[in-house]
Design a binder for this molecule. Sequence first.
Ligand code: NZQ
Ligand code: ZN
Length: 395
Amino acid sequence: MLAFEQYTPTKVVFGKDTELQTGKLVKEFGGTRVFVVYGGGSVVRSGLLDRVMKQLEEEGIACMASGGVKPNPTLAKAKEMIKEAIEFGADFVLAVGGGSAIDTGKAVAHGTANPDKDFWDLWLKKIPLTKSLPIGCVLTLSATGTEMSDSAVLTNEETHYKKGISTPFNRPAFSIMNPELTYTLPDYQVRCGIVDIMMHTLDRYFCGKAGIGNELTDQIAESVLRTTIAAGKVAAKNKCDYDAMSELMWCGSISHNGLTGLGGIRDFSVHGLGHPLSAWFDTAHGASLSVMWGWFAEYVWQENPSRFARYARNVWGIDEADDEKAALAGIKATVDYFKELDMPTCFTEANIPVQDEEMLGKLADNPTAKGTATLGSFKKLTKDEVIEIYKMANH
Ligand code: NZQ
Ligand code: ZN
């Protein structure tokens, strides 16, 4: 097991009606002027935003709500909200919604606490981030794990660069998780979420040190995957099944709070391959991952067939003694599951227009820093290899 640090300070408040504790929790974490971030309006239509604002008002907390964050949230919107939050004098950020609203909330917290610094330079870590405001969230979509994660992702629309920042300041002070709040989701978003939850563990499980002395982490990872797959099958048919939606919600948090990769090496190749698709074509995050995983796996599995064989046996129950056959069966089972969820597994299915070689090169620039870095650790992928994987997906 490699050395690691694990710091997950988020207070999780899980269960029915937990959003009614919002005011109390903001107070507990010292918020007196709260800037509330939300998305395109689902929380207005569901009445959730009203309930949350009422909670804050009842606790005598000054608050200002600001919406309009879109999926694949942008740098421009984050900057606009930072300006509003500074003018309001916010000392706490509350995000109500899915990953896009919460990630923008994290951005607002960082930008508001550092009004004299260039925000994008902070995001790119050209300037160190040394302080932020506390953030709380009310989660409405089980997918990204941002409710406990140390990361947040924005897209610079001008440069088509989708970029995440990892920092302990991204860990929320609290997260309210009521699975019933996900019942209003569009079916497609439920299914995107299932893929994303799986991928946060898969992108850790297939890493450079895979299969070498990390048994507890591996077994936690396999359990999260099995549970997500089983609950996902139920949720894809009935998003109002409380048990299935609860499992997905908690799997989403565990899958991306660090636990399923402790003691391993960071990989995140499939996220790296998926982000440019969102940045250039606004592909939903989960769909960008279902498009790329199978081709990534097909390209890299021979680096460590026994790792893929273990995955096939322990996650998919594949009874095959030969490692190579088991590995391929596990890859097929995963891609078949994405198809069963009606998620895209190639560019055409995701409505990504067929690209010429030049465009594939632009996509590959993002995860390889224009060819100056490699992607991932399971197999360190050069820019040319990334282009090869995009070519495999491009039909
Ligand atoms: O914007 P509203 O109107 O709220 O509608 C949203 C949006 O259209 C809707 N929605 C969310 N909850 C709903 C709902 N509609 C009805 N009822 C509800 N309960 O769903 C749509 C998608 O929402 P979004 O927040 O974009 O989805 P998701 O949670 O998948 O977030 C995706 C973003 O998070 C990033 C992704 O890259 C993407 O930008 N990620 C963040 C991570 C992190 N911070 O740790 C890790 C992930 O790997 C990921 O990169
Ligand atoms: Zn993800």
